[in-house]
Design a binder for this molecule. Structure first.
Ligand code: PPE
Length: 309
């Protein structure tokens, strides 16, 4: 289902109508992939709409921009406030928030420095990322024939548009092969992440997740899940190199991401994961995560920012 347009998009300091939020075809970003962005969810809660981990996402946006030497002409606090204002302007009770910072039209050529840094925030309603049954039933995935970019090629800690060309290869291959998503290995053949999700494995009561040296985005959902696993479920979590075959031998595997939330993986390369359905650890993490973000439990970690104060 295509995204349904909302009314207003914030662009370089002003609100413009969705249909009018346009850029020049010779903008640097179009030719060279020079944009960094975020994806944030705003949840409908009994206390009104709440944005999940707003500061943390915007901080990561600034970090991504820093790697690419882009100067964002707003303070971090102002950028957070702008996101809230876009939600209010569009009267959203829940939505997905997409801040983008890109190199606009100035000059053509690889050198990005002559091009202006432009800033956008759009919002829209986004449902279950990997399909409506994914959260309960789990998804069938494959190991991609594409690797993640090597560490000294495209930096995985920066959420840059260019990284998503690799993501697109992974995703298209998976979909055309009849899978919901692909898991990419890093340049050395160790498990990295999905095209838009981090990954966790559970085996014999221990949790494993690829450490940051394996070309993964430092996911904010990943961070929240680590908190739930260690502080609440008192589980041991190992950040390490995960060999591919652990995907076939794990008791449980799940994806984490803003869009995907906590999505169980039912099979990898048609080999069932554990019992081939959502396992008990996945279920506990998922229900705890959802009850916090949906405002059904106390926000003990201070993850939620109210849209209306
Ligand atoms: N890895 C990648 C490559 C990634 O794109 C995401 C988010 C994650 C991990 C999880 O990060 P976090 O959202 O901070 O927990 N992917 C975003 C974009 C998805 C899209 O299709 O666009 C998202 O989930 O919002």
């Amino acid at each position: 289902m295509p995204v349904k347009p909302t009314e207003w998009i914030w662009m370089n300091g002003e609100f413009v109508r969705w249909e009018e939020a346009k850029i020049h075809v010779l903008s640097h970003v179009i030719h060279y992939g020079s944009s960094v962005f975020e994806g944030i969810r705003c949840y409908e809660t009994p206390k009104g709409p709440m944005v999940l981990r707003l500061q943390d996402h915007i901080k990561r946006l600034y970090h991504s921009a820093k790697v690419y030497r882009m100067e964002i002409p707003y303070s971090l606090e102002d950028y957070c406030e702008i996101c809230l204002e876009v939600i209010r302007r569009n009267k959203m009770q829940r939505c997905y928030i997409r801040p983008v910072v890109y190199r606009g039209y100035g000059d053509v050529g690889v050198n990005p420095l002559p091009c202006p840094v432009e800033t956008v925030v759009a919002v829209w309603d986004w449902g279950a990322y990997l399909g409506p049954e994914a959260l309960a039933r789990g998804v069938d995935v494959c190991v991609s024939s594409w690797n993640r970019p090597s560490p000294n090629s495209l930096p995985a800690m920066a959420k840059c548009a260019a990284n998503y060309m690799n993501g697109q290869l992974i995703k298209m291959e998976a979909i055309i092969g009849g899978f919901a998503e692909g898991i990419a290995l890093d340049v050395n053949g160790y498990v990295s992440e999905g095209s838009g999700e981090n990954i966790f494995l559970v085996r014999n009561g221990t949790v494993y997740t690829p450490s940051l040296g394996h070309s993964v985005l430092p996911g904010i959902t990943r961070d929240g899940v680590l908190t739930i696993l260690t502080k609440e479920l008192k589980m041991e979590v190992r950040h390490q190199a995960v060999p591919r075959e652990m995907l076939y031998l794990a008791d449980e595997i799940f994806f984490t991401g803003t869009a995907a939330e906590i999505t169980p993986i039912a099979s990898v390369d048609k080999i069932p994961v554990g019992q081939g359905r959502r396992g008990p650890v996945t279920e506990k993490v998922q229900s705890r995560y959802l009850e916090i973000v949906q405002g059904k439990a106390e926000d003990i970690y201070g993850w939620l920012t109210p849209v209306y104060r």
